[in-house]
Design a protein around this ligand. Structure first.
Ligand SMILES: C[S@@+](CC[C@H](N)C(=O)[O-])C[C@H]1O[C@@H](n2cnc3c(N)ncnc32)[C@H](O)[C@@H]1O
Length: 321
């Protein structure tokens, strides 16, 4: 199954104003190139740097975006290494960045990747197959309290303690089916009747841990700001409340100028805003999109624009509020 891009038109429409005169746009989560194609169509002068840490995604995307090959550079790397990727390519500044977080449909659907409780595959879940930690490492080697933390924080699993203990008792586990059965057996029968497959939350938690998804996002955002030219835009689509919280906090902090107490006659902190938030609240998919593509249901989009140092108040000057 191919990947249907989520909030695709919304993301494109927020990025295009920054690409009117061309320039470089980075898709840090290229996947199957659904968003990238829309952006390339809408901004015929722009060039796109497409990053993905999954070699299978990049390979498929080279075919999907073959018609645009002169305007696309494919990079196998982590978006959390954006600065070094751009330096390697000799790109000093960009006009746009898109991050469409999480996993793609093909990653979930292909059993051999080990992401899904539905297919029978190895306990893998690595987006980058060369990294050391895989789901097997989390499932079979983490101390029970660490495992419980992963399931509770990243999986939002109410029964994290019961599930973590059941996993530890059943060790060693080697397949996704075995893991899904252990989780189903640990969750109380009453809760199994609601909320979808009982292993869904456990699988999500382990996936986020294996791929350090929150750490990657936290490391990437400051590099995105550094890379953007004034007027350049960043769009982030997240699927988990913890991801959205990281984006919201970062945008709000970056949009703050002076943080001196209100009774200071002049600014002493010299803090300058680097972003202007352009989505007042999160953008959510319409009900038609969720009906067509249930994977869109948790999606939240936020966007911001890089502001120039000149637009921010000068040191010693307080911005009028
Ligand atoms: C939700 S999919 C993106 C789908 C894409 N927008 C499309 O339209 O096909 C997320 C993709 O980002 C990649 N990815 C996730 N985290 C990454 C990271 N830290 N660095 C690079 N790629 C990452 C995944 O491998 C996956 O292919």
């Amino acid at each position: 199954m191919d990947h249907e891009p989520v909030l695709a038109r919304e993301a494109r429409d927020l990025l295009l104003p920054a690409l009117e005169h061309g320039g470089v746009v980075v898709d840090g989560t290229l996947g199957r190139g659904g968003h990238a194609r829309l952006i390339l169509d809408g901004a015929p002068e722009a060039e796109l740097v497409g990053i993905d840490r999954d070699p299978e995604a990049l390979e498929a995307c080279r075919t999907n975006l073959a018609a645009y090959s002169e305007r696309v550079r494919f990079v196998r790397d982590d978006f959390a290494r954006l600065s070094s990727v751009l330096e390697r390519l000799g790109i000093a500044a960009v006009r746009g960045v898109l991050l469409d977080l999480g996993v793609s449909s093909p990653q979930l659907d292909e059993a051999h990747r080990g992401f899904s409780f539905r297919g029978d595959g190895p306990l893998d879940m690595r987006m980058d197959p060369t990294q050391r930690l895989s789901a097997a490492g989390v499932v079979n080697d983490y101390p029970v309290l660490e495992l419980e933390r992963v399931l509770r924080s990243y999986g939002e699993e109410r029964y994290a303690r019961r599930v973590a203990r059941a996993i530890v008792r059943a060790r060693p586990l080697s397949t996704t089916t075995e893991l899904a059965e252990v989780v189903a057996g640990a969750v109380p029968a009453a809760s199994r009747r609601t909320g979808g497959h009982p292993a869904r939350r456990t699988f999500q938690g382990i996936r986020i841990e294996v791929n350090d998804e929150l750490g990657e996002l936290q490391r990437a955002l400051p590099q995105v700001v550094d890379a953007l030219e004034p007027g350049g835009r960043v769009v982030v689509i997240s699927y988990h409340s913890l991801e959205d919280r990281i984006v919201k906090r970062f945008f709000n902090e970056s949009a703050k100028g002076c943080v001196c107490p209100p009774d200071f006659p002049v600014c002493r902190c010299d803090a300058q805003a680097s972003l202007r938030v352009i989505t007042r609240s999160t953008v959510r998919p319409r009900s038609e999109e969720i009906e067509r593509n249930p994977r869109a249901s948790a999606a939240k989009l936020r966007a911001a624009e890089r502001v120039s140092a000149e637009a921010a108040p000068l040191p010693g000057e307080r911005k009028a509020s």
